[in-house]
Design a protein. Structure first.
Length: 420
């Protein structure tokens, strides 16, 4: 029997459906393998089956499952991981034939998120996503939740207990949603307090180097590991671009293809920094063999989040590790506004800072105003709306050089008109 310290020996399973190519499915399975390794599994083999559409009972067909069952029995396999989401019935049928645990890509990603959740907000979001995923699968599958939800998952509930457990899970989901709403409200208050600053959010495919870039720009000390979803929590730091311009930079959770919709829904609180940012900095690992597909995946998720109209800056990272240098020339032609950097080697970061400064400055205006002393003290009215760069006075007037968000222009005009 395998101990808790020994990695589970697993087999990956993919299916080539109508309209898909083998290389595409193999690429998906390569990513699934990276996910499995992140969760601590030992990958023994991979099976691929061609089918025009999934089998409703066994997903890849009973014959193929019987073939895998024979392989499992001779090779001491603990776990089957499918690259596509399985129905509760399919999981039950496959487990009955193979005699081992079966999970799908969604369950694996949820497990990784549970492993990497550090803050209270991340833990609440992950548990909510898990409960929403496992609620319709609440039979003996319930054991998968044992790590995240107390002792509920340590025993297999009997059929008479099932409805009671479902009711308890629904109550827990309701409680977690209320908790998330409170956290979201607290975060909203914090964001309102920072509204005067230009906000940029780092987004991109998981493992693209967002956290490395965050650390390079702000010394944020965000955890960096060569794993998928190493960081889940949004980190927000101030970034001074020059003596008068400071912006807020946030590092968000990485995206991935087939990202479970339960996670997208639960992580709205984390993604709020990206949703409300003035600029999205899309970080791309240019060394990845399929980075174009990753860019497409990120764009699709942004569309789902209704962020497709948000201003974006495309940043190709890890150029120091790129062997095909002609690729950069090709990408410059395709994306003339893009930047090319190495966050790890600090290559091109000054160009990025300059671009961020230019984009931030577009939001602000610098103006010299005059306030009449004889009409009362008005300087205190300016402080919440603008940064005072220079100040001088004579017997009648106070002269201020101010820098302010263009959104505040009408209010400043009202003050200067009143204290003319």
């Amino acid at each position: 029997m395998r101990t808790d310290k020994q990695p589970e020996r697993c087999v990956l399973v993919g299916v080539i459906q109508r309209g898909q190519s083998r290389w595409e499915v193999e690429d998906h399975l390569s990513e699934l393998a990276a996910l499995a390794r992140t969760s601590g599994a030992d990958i023994i083999d991979t099976f691929i089956q061609e089918r025009p559409s999934p089998d409703p009972a066994y997903f890849i067909g009973k014959g193929k499952i019987e073939e895998i069952a024979e392989y499992v029995s001779f090779n001491d396999i603990d776990l089957l991981i499918f690259d596509d989401e399985l129905s509760p019935a399919q999981v039950r049928n496959i487990e009955n034939l193979t005699g081992i645990k079966v999970i799908d890509r969604t369950a694996l990603i949820l497990d990784i998120f549970a492993l990497h959740a550090r803050t209270n907000m991340a833990k609440v979001q992950v548990e909510l996503a898990q409960l929403n995923y496992y609620l319709p699968r609440l039979t003996r599958q319930w054991q998968h939740l044992s790590r995240q939800v107390g002792g509920i998952g340590t025993k297999g509930p009997g059929e008479t207990q099932l409805e009671t457990d479902r009711r308890l899970v629904r109550q827990r989901i309701s409680h977690l949603k209320e908790k998330l709403e409170k956290i979201a409200h607290q975060n909203e208050v914090q964001r309102q307090q920072r509204q005067e600053l230009f906000r940029a959010a780092l987004i991109g495919y998981t493992n693209a180097g967002k956290s490395t870039l965050m650390n390079a720009l702000t010394n944020a000390r965000v955890l960096i590991e060569d794993q998928l979803f190493a960081t889940l929590d949004t980190t927000v730091r101030r970034l001074a671009l020059n003596p008068t311009t400071t912006i807020l930079l946030s590092d968000t959770v990485g995206f991935i293809r087939k990202l479970p919709h339960h996670l997208v829904a639960s992580f709205q609180t984390t993604l709020a920094e990206a949703i409300e940012a003035d600029l999205l900095i899309h970080v791309v690992d240019v060394t990845h063999p399929h980075f174009e597909a990753q860019v497409k995946t990120v764009n699709q998720i942004l569309d789902e989040l209704h962020l497709n109209e948000k201003k974006r800056l495309l940043v190709f990272n890890k150029v120091d590790r790129l062997k095909n240098h002609h690729l950069i020339d090709q990408l410059r032609l395709l994306h003339p506004e893009a930047l090319f950097i190495s966050a790890a080697r600090h290559i091109g970061l000054q160009h990025l800072r300059n671009r961020l400064l230019n984009l931030a400055e577009e939001r602000y205006e610098i103006e010299q105003i005059r306030l009449n002393y004889q009409r009362g003290a008005a300087e205190h009215l300016i402080y919440p709306l603008a940064k005072i760069l220079e100040k001088s006075s004579d017997e009648q007037y106070l002269y201020l050089t101010i820098k302010y968000d263009k959104a505040n222009k009408s209010k400043i005009n009202q003050i200067t008109a009143k204290y003319r």
